[in-house]
Structures are given as C-alpha cells and as structure tokens.
Design a protein around this ligand. Structure first.
Ligand code: 3PG
Length: 209
C-alpha cells in the first residue's frame, strides 16, 4: 500500500489511542460500518501493537497502520505486528531509512518548510501537517502549495467537525486526521455504535460545503 493509497481511502483518518487491545476489532468494525476503511492505531499506549495485530489478522478490508511511530525500532515493530503503513508526528532520517528498509509507506509529520523539503527530497510526497492548527492551519497549507506543488497533506492535530471542511477544500489536502470520531469514553464503555454514528455524521457533511 502506498502513502497516496492510504490517504485516499477516507477523507477522515481516525487517530486512535487504545487502552485495551481487545477493543481494536469491534472498533474497526464500527469504523467500517460508518464508511471509514482506514485506522491509525498509535503506539502511545501499551495496547497499540497488539491492537494493530488483531485488526490486521482478522479484518483484511480494514487498512490498519501504526501512528506516533518516532524511531526505526518502532517502525520495525509495527511492521512485525502487521501495520500496513506508518504515521509519524515528525520526520527524521532514521525513520525515513527504516521505512525504506521495511518497504512500508511512511507518512511523516511536517510543520515547517525545511521539513517539507526533507520529505520531498526523500521522495515522500504525502505528509501530515502536524500539529495542524498550531503549525499555521489552512494558511500554512496554502503557502506550502506554491514552493511545494507536488506535496499532499493530511492535516492532523486540532482538526474538528467544524474546521475539517476548510482543510478538505484545499487542493493539496487529501484527508484530515482526528481523534474526535473515536472518543475514548465511548470506547471505554463499549459504545461502538457511537463511533459509527460519528463517522456517518462526519462523512455525511463532506460534499455539503
Ligand atoms: C494526536 O496527536 O492525538 C493526533 O494528532 C490527533 O489530534 P486530535 O486529538 O487533536 O485530533
């Protein structure tokens, strides 16, 4: 799976931090029911790797990747556990090289022109803008479109149902990332129907703008 393919699956990419790995499968099914066929399971909790493995083993129709991957070791681990792509909050030479070694799509986070240059010069044309609302939001993305015309972005960090349309209307934005469609209290309570509802609400408003 290429980074472009990952970013074209759904206009909203859920950013997930799971407390229990056993929640991953019902969550993945709830996302699919809501029309979202991609999930970024972050490695910021201990359950992250096992959660990726459970979805990857059981649900081939869900594209599952690892998020918050910050070094080569975590990149290799994520691949071992079945991740199909890697999201990172930032960009580093180490991460670029380990993703190349593992032949896995890397979607790194960038926030400055220098970081976009590192990505572009490494052949990585699909990036997060992170943290999107802090790193200049839509104004930054418009400014990047001049010097970096080949780059496409997934703004993440501070994206909401209210501001996502402004991001998605930009030609250099393919999707947005966000945690609002996978609220922790709902997952903790086993209320996966709430996730399906939030997905449908989010996707339902896209195109209305
Ligand atoms: C994160 O780091 O958790 C992601 O960027 C999601 O950010 P959000 O909670 O603002 O959507």
């Amino acid at each position: 799976m290429t980074a472009q393919e990952v970013m074209e699956i759904s206009p909203v990419v859920p950013v997930i931090a799971l407390e229990r790995a056993e929640d991953a499968l019902p969550l993945a099914e709830a996302l699919l029911a809501g029309g979202v066929g991609v999930m970024e399971i972050t490695l910021r909790t201990d359950a992250g790797l096992d959660a990726i493995k459970s979805v990857s083993d059981a649900l081939p129709e869900m594209a599952v990747g690892a998020g918050t991957v910050v070094n080569g070791y975590e990149c290799r681990k994520a691949v071992d556990y079945g991740a199909q792509f890697i999201f990172s909050p930032g960009i580093s030479q180490e991460l670029i090289e380990s993703a190349e070694d593992e032949t896995i799509a890397l979607i790194p986070g960038v926030a400055t022109a220098s970081e976009v240059m590192l990505a572009q010069n490494s052949g990585l044309h699909y990036c997060k803008l992170f943290p999107a609302t802090v790193a200049g939001g839509t104004a930054a993305l418009k400014a990047f479109s001049g010097p970096f015309a080949s780059m496409r972005f997934c703004p993440t960090g501070g994206v909401t149902p209210e501001n996502m349309h402004a991001f998605l209307s930009l030609p250099n934005v393919l999707c947005v990332g966000g945690s609002w469609i996978v609220p922790k209290p709902a997952i903790r309570a086993g209320d996966f129907a709430a996730v399906t509802r939030l997905c449908r609400e989010a996707l339902g408003t896209i195109g209305d703008q």
